[in-house]
Write a protein that binds this ligand. Structure first.
Ligand SMILES: C[S@@+](CC[C@H](N)C(=O)[O-])C[C@H]1O[C@@H](n2cnc3c(N)ncnc32)[C@H](O)[C@@H]1O
Length: 249
């Protein structure tokens, strides 16, 4: 199956505010939120020009703004960008936003080379684009200044290829447009090929709530039963592996 940007955009347009609650209902466990925040607090300085790509409704845009960054907010979903604006406004932080733009991580041509001190890509855009991940990483690198920082968090495939097949089988049963997750080794090769220096890497295996995860993908009835039976970690929760990378350009 091929990456289809229109499908991803309309999925997230329809997903709406449910993206905001992923850290509250166990779809992504609470400690993971803390790890995301720690990374921003450690690597963002006041006045930094930051691109938040795949920003969604703004959980981390808000933190970037609080840290004093000048934030460019980008997402493939116009619906998520509207929610992002509402959240930042409600927090009284909209004045920290330089610009908000619809953009696919595969094509950041609207920004010049080296436009940002820091580029943040949290929550999975790299997982959606599969064989195009090479282009995505090259774009993240291009828009980040020399000596700047790229902070990435994504779900990764297990090292064991059979376990990776199992995860992909489950994900596909849940959402037929899923293709495959990339393993750590593939991501690292991409980083190296782009001349990036890995500064830190953090890794977590998490148990995520299964019911809301299936529900949100519209997976019901027999399909839901089939997906639940394939869940790595069993019916009581889906076990997923997340990885955070901080890279110096
Ligand atoms: C799981 S959400 C993460 C939102 C936020 N960064 C967070 O961590 O809470 C994924 C977001 O990435 C966006 N996205 C998915 N594919 C993308 C792509 N190819 N380019 C830009 N954004 C993308 C979605 O629209 C969605 O808002």
């Amino acid at each position: 199956m091929k990456y289809d940007p229109t499908h991803v955009a309309s999925f997230y347009d329809a997903y709406g505010d449910q993206e905001w609650t992923r850290f509250d209902d166990g779809r992504t466990p609470r400690p993971s939120l803390e790890v995301h925040l720690e990374h921003l607090r450690r690597f963002i300085k006041p006045g930094d020009y930051v691109l938040d790509i795949g920003a969604g409704p703004g959980r981390f845009t808000i933190e970037l703004a609080r840290l004093g960054a000048a934030v460019t907010v980008a997402d493939i979903s116009a619906g998520q960008l509207a929610l992002n604006e509402a959240r930042l406004t409600a927090e009284g932080l909209e004045d920290r936003v330089v610009e908000r733009a619809v953009a696919d991580v595969l094509d950041l041509a609207q920004w010049e080379d080296g436009a940002f001190d820091v580029t943040v890509c949290f929550g999975g855009p790299l997982s959606y684009i599969l064989d195009d991940a090479e282009t995505a990483v090259a774009e993240l690198v291009r828009v980040t200044r020399l000596g700047g920082t790229i902070v990435i968090e994504d779900q990764i495939a297990p090292v064991d290829p059979l376990a990776a097949l199992e995860v992909d089988r489950f994900e596909r049963a849940r959402d037929p447009s899923h293709t495959r997750l990339l393993p750590d080794v593939d991501l690292r090769h991409l980083f190296e090929a782009n001349g990036l220096v890995l500064e830190t890497r953090r890794y977590r295996t998490e148990r995520r709530t299964l019911d809301s995860y299936l529900e949100l993908a519209g997976c019901t009835g027999e399909e839901r039963e089939r997906a639940a039976a394939l869940s790595p970690g069993g019916r009581e929760g889906y076990v997923a592996e997340s990885s955070w990378y901080v890279l110096r350009r």
